[in-house]
Write a protein of this length. Structure first.
Length: 232
């Protein structure tokens, strides 16, 4: 019987060299029947596979009372790691020039990050994340009554009402308005390894470096590795 693996994109060549095979249908790496699985121990299900050198973001999940039905619902945001200098809040790592891709996007070096910016949306949310967040917090395309535009956003898992950015970020009781350090234990962080992180994060002055430390020490790992980059 084969053994399925959770192999980060950055490790695929190593796993392949050890004898792992790629299932094109299930899109998963596995150890064929009859092959000793011990060399693949780091990629067995349930193992923390965080690669500190791999680009990553966090899914940040919190709780909020729905403004319409007043039931508790799970809501989502995105945590973007970046380097914050003491004086300027720059996202560039010390001593490193800002790297840019062919489209002119600035690459954020998450390996040297020391702070996190929590943002309400990404430029494009990969399908794997959309599926995961839809199940967790009703994250789906929604029309704003204010702007009349369609965008991905958290909706109440009970009544389906849109939970807008102002409601989630800008009120004193908003889960992502980090005006107090004691809010951090109420947030859930899911680390997602990606092919790259591009853009400039919105700097948060309130506990962004404390947020980084908390997320680093209190996260779970996303169950799939994304082969595409994240754009802000």
């Amino acid at each position: 019987m084969r053994t399925e693996l959770d192999v980060p994109f950055s490790h695929k060549d190593k796993a392949k060299a050890l004898g792992a095979k790629w299932d094109r249908v299930k899109k998963i790496w596995y150890v064929p029947d009859g092959v000793n699985p011990e060399p693949f121990a780091a990629w067995l299900p349930g193992v923390d596979r965080s690669d500190p050198s791999a680009p990553y973001i966090y899914l940040v999940l919190g709780k909020r009372e729905c403004w319409k039905c007043h039931e508790q619902t799970t809501v989502a945001a995105f945590g973007i790691p970046y380097w914050a200098t003491e004086d300027s809040g720059s996202e560039a790592a010390p001593g490193d020039a800002r790297a840019m891709d062919d489209a002119g996007h600035i690459a954020i070096d998450t390996a040297h990050a020391n702070a996190i910016a929590i943002v309400p949306a990404l430029g494009c949310v990969p399908a794997e994340l959309r599926d995961y967040l839809r199940e967790r917090c009703g994250y789906k395309p929604t029309t704003s009554r204010t702007t009349k535009t369609v965008s991905l956003a958290s909706t109440c898992t009970g009544c389906g009402a849109l939970q807008g950015s102002h409601y989630l970020f800008e009120e004193p009781t908003s889960p992502f308005a980090l005006t107090a350090i004691n809010k951090l234990p109420a947030l859930e962080f899911v680390r997602v390894e990606v092919a790259g992180v591009y853009g400039i994060p919105d700097s948060q002055e309130n506990f962004d470096q404390a947020l980084f430390t908390w997320a680093r020490d209190h996260h779970t790992q996303f169950h799939k590795t994304l082969c595409e980059g994240i754009y802000l």
